[in-house]
Design a protein. Sequence first.
Length: 581
Amino acid sequence: MIKTKDLSAALQSLNRVRRYSATIILTLGIALGALVTLFNLNYQLLAAPLLPYPDEDRLYVINGNLYQNKQLRLANNSQYPALVEIYKNDTFFESIALVYFWEDVIRNLTGSPRVNVSYVSPEYLQLTQAPLALGRQFNTDEGLDSRIPVAVISYQTWEQRFQRSPNVLEQSLQFGEVDFRIIGVTAKGFIEPQIYKQGRQTAVWLPWDFNDTQETHRNNWRGFLPFRMVTAKLKAGIDPDSASHELSTLMDAQDQAALAGRSSSIERSVEYRLTPFTDKILGDSTTRTLMVMGGTLVLLLIACANITNLILSRAAKQQRNMAIQVALGAHKKHIFFALLSEIGLLMLVAALLAILLTAVSSEALKVIAAEQISRLQELTLNWPTLLFALLCALFLAVFFATIVSRQINYRVLNQMLQSSGKGYGVQISPLIRKVLISSQVAMTCLLIVVSLQIFLHANRLINQPFGFPLDNVQVLTLNIGNLRSASAAERESYLKAIRQRLLTHPKVQNASLSLNTPISISRPLWTTSLSQDASRQNPVMAKTTVIDENYLSILGMPRVVGRHINAAGGGPAYQCRRVFR
């Protein structure tokens, strides 16, 4: 057993070799810190207490898939009337809610900030039992078809836009032409479920009735729309696969009935599947984080090979002290515990450094990787992580002490003083040296090869041609605000005026109006059905947008045959916005 005098002697010995101690502590502390950070992250994703919502194992997301000729054509898009029908179905669900994720401009705040908005039915915040800092949640009187303009804001919105004013419940937010009275503020600790996109934080929740889906789509079974879904708590004992099958059968029958007689409905089917909250939130985050953790483990092994060389060199220099201990009657176990005391102190300090680095890096991850890794806002330094760091330190201390003690020839040490140390010493096995050097080279090469492959793949993606010039091309997103209820002619006149105003600027060479841009994250391209024959027997789903006559020339889009559209050849985007939005 390690005694107090062993620890005292180890401290005095290490104090005399500060550079050696600092080198081992920093090398191991940084490498172990990286591993412990990834352990902490993977524990949060894989083994920590599950999602912070009541009955999380019964929480599901429901959205649609479109199949054409038994081939998946659209995933995670939904028909608006189908979502409403599912919402009204109480056969399988204890509670169910509609949600639509969008962005909009708060017109009555300074700077008209563009914020993340979620249009929800009252049950959405109740499903997660969102705690409140002020006020209340939506109630049943503010549900579907009530059109009561109220709003719940996030704690961050309250803090950033209202400086945590206690009178915030007396204020309102203007979206478009509607003033929404603030009725509640979510608590600071509320963790919003990331069921749509990692890192997206809702600033304002508004009633579902006020979402900007046009009337033509609210009753249109042909169109599939993104960003809209149903969240639900399944009744106890209900099988989710059975519920998915029955909902899909029901919605497909309604889809076929709504499209009866249309050629585009041939060989078409729809599916509405229940996806657990856990799967939606985690996505493929665990695969990526486990891969990175594997890389940090290799890095730690390389560090251990270096440290083993340092410790063996240190042992060779301590041969005379060991010989004195043996001459005074020390046995193998005494030498082992003396080595373990010295190495253990180094490993303990390195583990404490690793824990400190883990705490710092965990906070940094919340900032730099919020959109890539799920559940980061829940990441904290927990007891399993602390225990893992200390167990790693204990294992490494025992490992290093065992390696060194096995290299010591105790019989030779006993004879060392009698011969004044001539010709004797701690002989390090050449095989051990070769194994250490070979393992370092092999693991380093492995990391280099894997890193190079990742770099080359990323470089190809980054540098692949877009097919159009990027230099001097800017995108301006327009929010039509108060013109939502205006006629098509009024919108056309307004948007034409904006384009003409832009063209008067000396730095603007040309400008175009379009429904979308070639690269769009917040707004996907509209999807339509195309066919090569008039009978539309074999339609193909294709991404589509609506443009004016200037769009293709500005982007320098090449054409194989024919010509670009002209002002007389097709209506601009603003004429179609009311249909496709």
